[in-house]
Design a protein around this ligand. Structure first.
Ligand SMILES: *[C@@H]1O[C@H](CO)[C@@H](O)[C@H](O)[C@H]1NC(C)=O
Ligand SMILES: *[C@@H]1O[C@H](CO)[C@@H](O)[C@H](O)[C@H]1NC(C)=O
Length: 436
């Protein structure tokens, strides 16, 4: 356990071909500042394709395993290949590309729960739009018959490899089987920042909005709507789904997707409230990232939140636990805690208040159990971290911890993100889809 963060993935920073050799930090900055570029929506064919989609309208549900702490990630089992083999993947709404640790052969792989993926012979060629979507600007491939990729994540890790297509096997919510061919990365070189804790997984499930995102790929084949959502339980586990028929839209607080970040799901700007009162932190631009275990605020917002939490603990039986290395800010009580429920009454909720369209204020509520963890030493630690320190600059990133017990939906067709507060995520929409 490092003092920093846990989790394989935060955000994709760049994807480049081998010809460009990116230095991580400068590419990271370059990529984020390009976020202001105009986006174009609604391809000329969108009306006809939505007619097709209206008829199909299937959804896919995936049970999730794992938790924020101590595991540090969630994972879902995806069946890939012919015959289909299971892989445990980290669902990441902060990046597009799905990749598996791959025997191509592997140059650098971390330990995996399953045998390394053996790539299919069906390579994605350089000219393929999916290859183009992973590269910026005028890219060149050294071999027109293949598409090399490199994805770099905000936590300093990366995966390099080659794109192939293979068969993914899903059971749709309606009961039918789907076996689409999907482009994925055969990752034969994974780098990790020294000291980062590496989840014991086979790869990443890329849920971002880019063309290579798995939901975009399935939707362009007319199999599901380009909508996904997740529900992470504070008890661990939860579920992920693709498609739009597993929730009641009228119960969701919808907010337009902001285009300030080209590649990330952003609900736009919000004001930070603590215990229902303004903190003075306004217009924080937020990003939703299921690949990040913790929430990261830019330095000023982090400062405002941590001092509000500390102030509310005044004259309560807590002392800062400087000897606890779990996270930067931990407190010990009179005796060690076992469960977050024992401390809930001492901590107040915070909220992000979105000003959507001027009329209503959509609040993203964060109760104590969605920003605190209990460490192995029995202390309470704050799971909102200083993003500026983590190299995220002014980005405010809502990670798994704060999305727990919420239904969070990313609707790429209507360009909306939405959530429902206080949901029991341990109960999937309909349990029959969960039969093994
Ligand atoms: C991933 O999920 C599997 C089964 O669903 C579980 O056995 C495994 O412990 C999980 N791994 C992690 C790192 O969460
Ligand atoms: C957050 O991190 C930045 C960069 O390391 C640092 O300058 C700043 O003081 C930190 N803020 C707080 C409140 O700790």
């Amino acid at each position: 356990m490092g003092k920093e963060k846990v989790g394989l993935v935060a955000l994709v920073m760049i994807v480049s071909s081998w010809l460009v050799s990116p230095s991580s930090s400068s590419s990271f900055r370059g990529d984020l500042t390009r976020g202001k570029a105009p986006l174009t929506f609604g391809s000329p064919s969108s009306s006809s394709s939505s007619l097709v989609l209206n008829r199909v309208g299937s959804s896919v549900v995936f049970p999730l395993d794992g938790d924020v702490f101590p595991t540090g990630s969630y994972n879902t089992t995806i069946y890939i290949g012919q015959p289909p083999k299971p892989y445990f993947l980290d669902p990441d709404t902060g990046s597009d590309l799905t990749w598996l640790q791959c025997d191509a052969p592997c140059v650098r792989c971390t330990e995996t729960p399953h045998p390394l993926y053996r790539p299919s012979n069906d390579r994605v060629i350089c000219r393929d739009p999916i290859c183009a979507s992973l590269h910026s600007g005028d890219y060149k491939c050294d071999d027109p018959e293949r598409c090399d990729y490199k994805v770099m994540y905000a936590d300093g890790g990366s995966s390099s490899g080659v794109l192939v297509k293979d068969v993914f096997s899903f059971k749709s919510y309606g009961g039918g089987d789907l076996s689409p061919r999907v482009a994925l990365g055969c990752g034969y070189d994974q780098e990790q920042k020294p000291g980062a804790s590496i989840p014991f997984l086979d790869g990443v499930l890329g849920l971002g909005k880019g063309k290579s995102g798995i939901v975009s790929q399935l939707s362009s084949q007319g199999l599901v709507r380009n909508v996904l959502g997740h529900c992470l339980s504070t008890h661990g586990g939860g579920y992920l789904f693709f498609g739009n028929d597993l929730y009641d839209s009228s119960r969701i607080m919808w907010t337009p997707m902001s285009h300030d970040y080209l590649k990330h799901y952003s609900p736009g700007t919000a004001d930070l409230l603590f215990a229902g009162k303004p903190t003075g932190q306004k217009d924080l631009l937020l990003v939703l990232d299921s690949g990040s275990s913790y929430t990261y605020f830019s330095s000023q917002a982090y400062e405002a939140l941590s001092s509000a939490v500390k102030k509310a603990l005044d004259r309560k039986p807590f002392a800062e636990a400087l000897d606890d290395p779990t996270l930067p800010l931990c407190w010990r009580g009179r005796k060690p805690f076992k469960n977050i429920r024992e401390v809930r009454k001492y901590f107040k909720p915070f909220a992000l208040s979105f000003n959507s369209g001027g009329r209503t204020k959509n609040q993203f509520e964060v109760p104590p159990e969605s920003y605190l963890i209990i460490s192995a030493m029995g202390n309470v630690c704050m799971g909102v971290l200083n993003g500026t320190q983590a190299g995220l600059q002014n980005m405010n990133l809502i990670g798994d911890i704060s999305m727990q017990d919420k239904l969070v939906i990313y609707d790429n067709e209507r360009q909306l993100v939405g959530w429902q507060n206080s949901v029991d995520c341990s109960r999937p929409p309909k349990s029959r889809t969960f039969a093994a």
